[in-house]
Design a protein. Structure first.
Length: 95
């Protein structure tokens, strides 16, 4: 019986995540599920100006999905292969 309850809870979480993925605009709880950051961390990032957000009427906080994705993909660290390729291209073009 416990196993069945656990499976049902897992299915609920998957449905919740699926619904969040389909949305273009998210509230802070949905953004937390989407990004994997806690709600308090997202509030902190908003307060410090790290994260773009919307606050209509000065109440609830909302996020655009595309802006969250762009924010999460900032500060890329290149792989060794990419670094080597860039170095070779630089040396070829700047002898």
């Amino acid at each position: 019986m416990e196993n069945l309850i656990k499976k049902i809870d897992e299915l609920k979480e998957l449905i919740k995540k699926q619904n969040v993925l389909a949305k273009e605009v998210m509230d802070i709880n949905e953004a937390s599920v989407f990004t994997g950051y806690s709600v308090s961390t997202l509030h902190t990032y908003c307060h410090r100006g790290y994260l773009p957000y919307y606050k209509p009427r000065g109440k609830r906080v909302f996020f655009k999905k595309e802006e969250l994705i762009a924010w999460m993909l900032k500060n890329k660290h290149m792989s060794n292969e990419e670094l080597e390729s860039d170095a070779k291209n630089y040396l070829m073009n700047n002898k």
